[in-house]
Design a protein around this ligand. Structure first.
Ligand SMILES: *Cc1c(COP(=O)(O)O)cnc(C)c1O
Ligand SMILES: [Zn+2]
Length: 402
């Protein structure tokens, strides 16, 4: 058995193929490239039983990941996050079989660690020395952290408004950090110019093929945690869309391997009302989105006015008979507080938006009686302390409690 069955890269738009053993960015046509594996051979040589006894990290699926040699794996123990039953809040919204995949528990406190672990490992394997990227904060923090561990230089550009903690994470890991008075799209333009000038590797969302492979492991884990039974619905807070595209890719690969059957979960793209280009495109039945003007939401990680992989997100939604839904900030913050109070889970606003979405979709009947529903909580609430306002009395030492 091989450590990885990666075979080549393929363009999902024009079907051009590329070699995987040298650094690649996007297709000549501008589309992201997807990693392809020798699934025929894997079907014969790899089985569910091979997973038994493997470490509880995303590397347990190394055959279906791009890193060729185990020695190139850069890991901090990421992956196999808990699938937490939310019986109490689930009951209250009419979805008793409600679960949360809690990505707040990975290194750096967001699921971006998955993409960074696999992306940085593969960059190291291919001899890349400098990676550059625009970020809304969490991706930069994760890539700075894993790059430090790999001995790779990271150049990170983020909006001034990105969660403050993510700056500190980049700074302490020794990244070259820059703030921009603008949105992630502005940071992206700066990185694009810098990459062209200095020859750095562009690690922007979907401009290299391997971050997606790391995020795909969320889908593999959900299925393994359900004992390879397919849940009915998965809700995902969508910005650049890498997570939802990754989960969809995982489902198709598991089907090709024969590990699951025909049924796939209906994938729900959840966005914030203040930045919902994919929801608008889905409502209009389109296969691509348009730039969202004046984007703004408390769910900062999903403030992406135009995603490079928009057509892949929409394909995942259409092909699984899913849907796309926008949530107001007030509903998101209410859901965040409800979860903390009723389930003891302090989650990020992006994740909380998926609970608000599940509530609405159940009310409208789109989520049916008795269905199993998975919320993706993409990060820890403690990374966003400002989403909670605290108004409590301060005591003098001699005061008594009433
Ligand atoms: C980046 C991010 C998202 C959106 O991720 P995509 O997979 O790129 O859509 C959601 N939540 C949090 C907390 C994030 O940091
Ligand atoms: Zn192409």
């Amino acid at each position: 058995m091989r450590y990885s069955y990666l075979s080549h890269l393929e363009c999902p738009k024009c079907r051009a193929t590329y070699q995987a053993d040298v650094p690649q960015q996007v297709c000549a046509c501008g589309s992201p490239l997807l990693a392809r594996y020798d699934l025929e051979a894997m079907r014969r040589e790899w089985s569910k039983d091979d997973l038994a006894g493997r470490p509880n990290t995303l590397w347990r699926y190394h055959e279906l990941l791009p890193v060729q040699e185990e020695q190139n794996v850069v890991s901090l123990g990421e992956g196999m996050t808990p699938l937490v039953p939310l019986a109490r809040i689930g009951e209250s919204i009419g979805v008793p079989r409600l679960y949360m995949k809690d990505e707040g528990l990975v290194p750096t406190g967001s699921f971006k660690a998955r993409g960074a672990a696999v992306g940085v490992s593969r960059a190291k394997e291919l001899g890349i020395q400098v990676v550059a990227m625009p970020t809304n904060g969490n991706a930069g923090a994760a890539w700075a952290t894993y790059a430090a561990r790999a001995g790779i230089r990271a150049v990170i550009v983020m909006p001034e408004d990105a969660p403050a903690i993510t700056r500190n994470e980049c700074a302490i890991a020794g990244a070259d950090l820059y703030l921009v008075d603008g949105l992630i799209s502005d940071a992206g333009a700066i990185v694009r110019r810098a990459v062209a000038e200095h020859g750095w590797f562009d690690a922007s969302t979907l401009k290299e093929p391997y971050r997606l492979e790391g995020k795909k492991t969320m889908g593999l884990e959900i299925l393994e945690q359900f004992g390879w039974e397919v849940p009915d619905v998965i809700l995902y807070p969508t910005g650049g869309g890498v997570g939802i595209i990754g989960i969809y890719k995982a489902l198709r690969e598991l089907q090709a391997l024969g590990w699951i059957g025909e049924k796939v979960p209906r994938l729900v793209c959840v966005q914030a009302s203040g930045c919902a280009p994919l929801v608008r495109a889905w409502e209009q039945g389109k296969t691509e989105s348009e730039f969202w003007e004046n984007a703004s939401t408390v769910a900062f990680g999903i403030t992406v006015p135009k995603a490079l992989g928009d057509f892949l997100v929409l394909e995942a939604v259409y092909q699984t008979e899913g849907c796309a839904i926008a949530i107001d900030d007030e509903e998101t913050l209410r859901a965040q507080a409800d979860l903390a109070r009723q389930e003891g889970a302090f989650i990020c606003p992006e994740g909380a938006a998926t609970l608000a979405a599940a509530r609405k979709l159940r009310e409208s009947g789109w989520i049916r009686d008795g269905e199993s529903v998975v919320l993706l909580n993409t990060g820890a609430g403690i990374k966003y302390p400002n989403t909670v306002s605290v108004d409590v009395p301060t005591l003098r030492p001699e005061d008594d409690l009433s």
